[in-house]
Design a protein around this ligand. Sequence first.
Ligand SMILES: CC(=O)SCCNC(=O)CCNC(=O)[C@H](O)C(C)(C)COP(=O)(O)OP(=O)(O)OC[C@H]1O[C@@H](n2cnc3c(N)ncnc32)[C@H](O)[C@@H]1OP(=O)(O)O
Ligand SMILES: N[C@@H](CCO)C(=O)O
Length: 536
Amino acid sequence: MAISSSNSSRNPSGTFSKNLFSGKKGQSVGLVRSFNYKIPGPFELESGKILHGVRIEYEVYGKMNADKSNVILICHALTGDAHAAGFHQGDKKPGWWDIVIGPNKAFDSEKYCIICSNILGGCRGSTGPSSINPETGKIYGISFPVITIGDMVNAQKKLVEHLGIEQLFAIAGGSMGGMQVLQWTVSYPEMVRKAIAIATTASTTPQQIAFGAIGRKAITDDPKWNGGDYYGKKIPSQGLALARMIGHITYLSDASMQKKFGRLQKGADTVSTAGSTSAISATAASLSEFSSELFQEFAPNFEVESYLNYQGDNFTKRFDANSYLYITKAVDYFDLSKNGSLIEGFSGVTAKFLVISISSDWLYPPYQSQEIVSALTANGVDARYEEIRSQYGHDAFLLEEGQLSYLIKSFLSEVLVSDVMNRNFYTVSRDETIEHASRLMVKECVSHLPVISEDGRLEGIVTSWDITKAVACKINELDEIITRDVKYVYEDERIEYASSIMEKHSISALPVIDSEHRVIGIVTSESISALFGNYD
Ligand SMILES: CC(=O)SCCNC(=O)CCNC(=O)[C@H](O)C(C)(C)COP(=O)(O)OP(=O)(O)OC[C@H]1O[C@@H](n2cnc3c(N)ncnc32)[C@H](O)[C@@H]1OP(=O)(O)O
Ligand SMILES: N[C@@H](CCO)C(=O)O
């Protein structure tokens, strides 16, 4: 299967493998803890309903830099939580996206401050239907109001503001996490610089809604669901497990199920490999070899049945059935198109995008990611499309470490001069005095002044060092001390290039010019250091 890809971020051979990313091996963020933020005052939902005392559970990996410009928000999928990386005390398994979060990993915790929060409506520390309604002192149950992906994002925004972050360096997530990513860039375009949406859609399809509906029916048809009032009693574990079993099939693929289970049956002790599919098949798999008693009981004799039973049962130990109802409904309502147009829905988006699909994902197939990219591109948004080649199906976004790392790392580290340049800058003209330039530098705390012509074209540069020398030599005219062979960059050049010019010529600031040689900004070594994590 070929990888369809748009551009150059691929490795030189043009192929991917699970171990493709050959950078320094990442390590764990180690022992981590969760925090819990209570949103002060009322929290208004998109429906107009109000929640009080909303709590948001979150975790943080890495440090914020001085101006909090290195923060990456991770959004989790349907049944995830705030624990994305590292270990809680006593845990054997790390957080759910540990493969990409940590020192030297794709979301490098040495460089970025990575935050992940549990969604509103969830059951892992954030307010949801299993929380106590502060107005009644009782568990909400199904008196909890309907929530949307927009509500989840609005709650995350409250957390982000509480942490004093004005703009997120990036936001990333897969599946329903990807929906939150898209919603963020639509609702708060000025707050997101880069967006990574994986295995997701901008508008939930009838097939996706259908699977959600069956899962919900499994829960509500379980007598123990009891109209959502089961807290402190027996939980609707049959229905919840069945919902997860159905859901879990959609997270896998035909090929991955062939590979994992083949037709293997319990009790079969010899296996053989079947042709090109590498399927495992039981040698003694003919029906006649099973006892009629076993057959009549419809016992789960296939390995895939045992696996699904295990996944279903396991799920009931970590998830609340009502949360499942509310969250899947929020997914079903998700539709960013406006007046039937996704292009219109994305008008106003400014973040740079990396949209990743998975070749074997039949739940959120690649065409849905391509639609996102087309609509973004139609709005002039810089959106890159990549398809991960994987047999794991939808859940590949939790597993494909090498491909994800390669794509995410190169996307995050691609910084252009325009991302860093200061557009509020000061200039002088060459017929001005040294005293004027000197006063301007002191007043505005700048050490470099581009010298421009009447129509704004770059003619030279004067630095505070030039002024110091001029004063020592009793020179008064600016014209005499201007550096005319001035180095400059264009705004669409990579920041590494700007940095290399500065290093080569031992200079700490470069004017940024447009195609007509007019000065449009200035980039300084200070702003580059801040971006790449000069942590205080
Ligand atoms: C996305 C978020 O934001 S967070 C939520 C993500 N987490 C989940 O979805 C959890 C459940 N999902 C899964 O397990 C997913 O398949 C994945 C993608 C996360 C893991 O995939 P894989 O590593 O391929 O694991 P696999 O699908 O084989 O399942 C492993 C589990 O099934 C069990 N299992 C495997 N085969 C069988 C079998 N034949 N019978 C019974 N159990 C089996 C394993 O013992 C293992 O149990 P454990 O999880 O308690 O260790
Ligand atoms: N398996 C993941 C992804 C579902 O989209 C989850 O349960 O959250």
